[in-house]
Design a binder for this molecule. Sequence first.
Ligand code: NAD
Length: 333
Amino acid sequence: MRTAVFSTKSYDRHYLEPAAVRSGHELVFFEPRLTPATAVLARDFPAICSFVNDALTADVLASLAAGGTRFVALRCAGFNQVDLEAAAKHAMRVARVPAYSPYAVAEHTVGMMLALNRKYHKAYNRVREGNFAIDGLLGFDMHGRTAGVIGTGKIGAIVAQLLAAFGCQVLLYDVHENAECQGIGRYVPLDELIATAEIITLHCPLMPATRYLVNRESIARMQRGVMLINTSRGGLVDAPAAIEGLKSGQIGYLGLDVYEEEADLFFEDHSDRVIQDDVLSRLLTFPNVLVTSHQAFFTETALTQIAEVTMGNLTAMEQGAELQNEVRAGGRK
Ligand code: NAD
């Protein structure tokens, strides 16, 4: 099926093209993000393929529908960026890639914890400049610490396993308990996790119930000097409240792979421009903050799986088949 691919980078082409050839789809790659202005590029394409920061708002979907698009293949797991009610109104089918190497995201999450704790990013620069002093690089043993995992689905469950392997006491919170976490950690109420954990890591989806889960009030209830990691979705954290927490010392370490206002910044080189986002700029000044640019998913395994599943989704939608990976208004499937 002819498919307009938005937000294309060289690595997307590298993995999507061979998968498309194998499954008989014709992909046309566009570098711009999908916006109300660029949606016209998809005119006469029955399908589009989009990524995390391509906002499929009501106006974008209306424009796509007017151009003849009927299928949306998200090459990501999250679908908070899609107005599913609007998609249903235009009878558009939307499919996602629900699981592509949850290990990729889980391993990056633990990597951020270690980097913040043992200050690898600083050590790397120091040693390269001939500075072999270790003062200022003092960390703590992960072993014996209390770590809280919020959202124990595919990614959160693996993070919990990895933390248990370090010898952490693992506290878990989810609206649905995951049997795979049995014996790894203990499910507790959210309030208890927030008040007790010395490391808190977020793995729940962004939805109205979880927006700003980390806010001024919840930060105040955390352990002083807490380590907070978000590799899920930016909107889970109220970033200005996190800045206050960092300034007061209430937050001791902050690792962000996602940021609420990332859409205009992440995945692009802005090194020759003045960054206009004062909140992100402030975050980047703290010595105990590590920001990565939504790269937790970015492994060879994950990109291979994303390409294969996306092509499978296009095939199923083209054939009008039932689709396990379809997302609909009012819930998954
Ligand atoms: P998943 O659906 O397997 O798990 C999500 C879990 O969150 C589920 O167990 C669900 O019950 C739980 N949940 C739902 N509402 C909750 C609430 N109010 N409080 C606590 N838990 C709640 O998803 P996953 O594959 O593990 O992905 C988790 C998150 O990671 C997603 O939001 C996704 O957007 C994000 N993600 C980020 C990257 C990245 O590169 N940074 C890559 C993939 C996924």
